[in-house]
Design a protein around this ligand. Sequence first.
Ligand SMILES: [Fe+2]
Length: 209
Amino acid sequence: MRQAKAYKAKQFNLSGLQGISDKTLEMHFKLYQGYVKSVNELNEKIAEMLKDGKVDQDEFPAYSELTRRLGFEYNGMVLHEHYFNNLQKQGAGKPSTDSNFVKAAKISFGSYDLWRTDFVGVGKMRGVGWAICYQDPNTGMISNYWITLHEIGNISGFIPILVMDVWEHAFILDYAPADRPKYIESFFANVDWNAVQKRLSTKVVAPAA
Ligand SMILES: [Fe+2]
C-alpha cells in the first residue's frame, strides 16, 4: 500500500518584520497551512485510488489531475517553509563580507553586489512565482532562477539557498502591485543570513580569489 507521511504545518515567529506587516504574515501563514492540508489530502486520495493495486481506466483522468496538483501543492508547502525560514525579526540586510555566502557570490558572479543585482532583477520579473538562489551541489556555484507558480523552473538536484516569494499575496497588503521593488528591499532587510548560510554547502565552495 502506498504510504505517505502526513505533514504538519510549521510555526514561524516572525511578527515585527521591517516593511512586511503582521497582517501580511498572518494571511500568508494561512495560505501556507492550506498547502500543507492539500498535500495531505492529495496523498490520501492517490493512496485510495491505488488501494486495489491498479488505476482503473475511469479513474485515470482524476488520478492524473490529482498527481499534477501534488507537485504544485508540495512545492507550495516546501517553498513557503524555506521563505519563512530565511526571514527573521532583526535581519542583517547583508551577509558579513567574510561569510561563505559572499565567497560563493564572488566565485559565481564576481561580487556580492552583482549577485544581488541579478537576484533582485529576477524578483522584479513580471509574473506569479518565486526568485530562488540555488547552489549546484557538484560545483558549489550559486545561481538565481525564476520559478513560475511553485513548480515550473525548479532545478532538479540544486539546493535552494535563498527563497523569495514574489506572488502578490506576499506584499499586496503593504505595497501596490507596481511597488514590488519596495517589497524586495524589505525582504532583504529581514533576511536571516545565518539560516541562508546553513543551507550552503561549504565543502564545495572554493576560497575566494
Ligand atoms: Fe506565498
